[in-house]
Design a protein around this ligand. Structure first.
Ligand code: ZN
Length: 127
């Protein structure tokens, strides 16, 4: 019986691509600087704001904080400039402000402020 020959299979690993907002070049996701225009990709944003409600589905404080961290991490990888956290008026809001102070100290976020005229939302500047 002949031995079947199995040719080696070439597996092409697909790398996520991002678009440089300055020059439009398609760049591999893990690259920090655009190879064409040299812009720092992690600092690029399109001026948009993502709104996330972390306090109105019966979340406990720990769940709300976890949700916030996940949303901030995700948004920092995206193109939005800011994230708007709907935090309500209770304990979650107090804890969120404490954590945001810490994140700002660690330079994970740029700044944050309670939304003017709506204390139940906090605007977090990411980039
Ligand atoms: Zn570029």
């Amino acid at each position: 019986m002949a031995i079947a020959y199995t040719p080696p299979i070439c597996i092409r690993v697909k790398v996520m691509q991002v678009i440089c907002l300055d020059c439009g070049m398609s760049v591999d996701d893990y690259v920090d600087y655009c190879p064409k225009c040299d812009n720092e990709l992690g600092l690029q944003h399109d001026g948009s704001t993502v709104t996330v409600d972390i306090a109105h589905q019966g979340e406990r404080v720990s769940e709300a904080l976890e949700k916030m961290q996940k949303e901030i991490d995700a948004a920092r990888k995206g193109v939005a400039e800011s994230i708007r956290l709907v935090v309500g008026s209770g304990l979650i809001r107090d804890e969120v402000l404490l954590v945001l102070r810490d994140l700002q100290f660690r330079a994970d976020i740029k700044s944050f402020e309670s939304e003017s005229g709506n204390a139940g939302a906090v605007l977090v500047r990411l980039k």
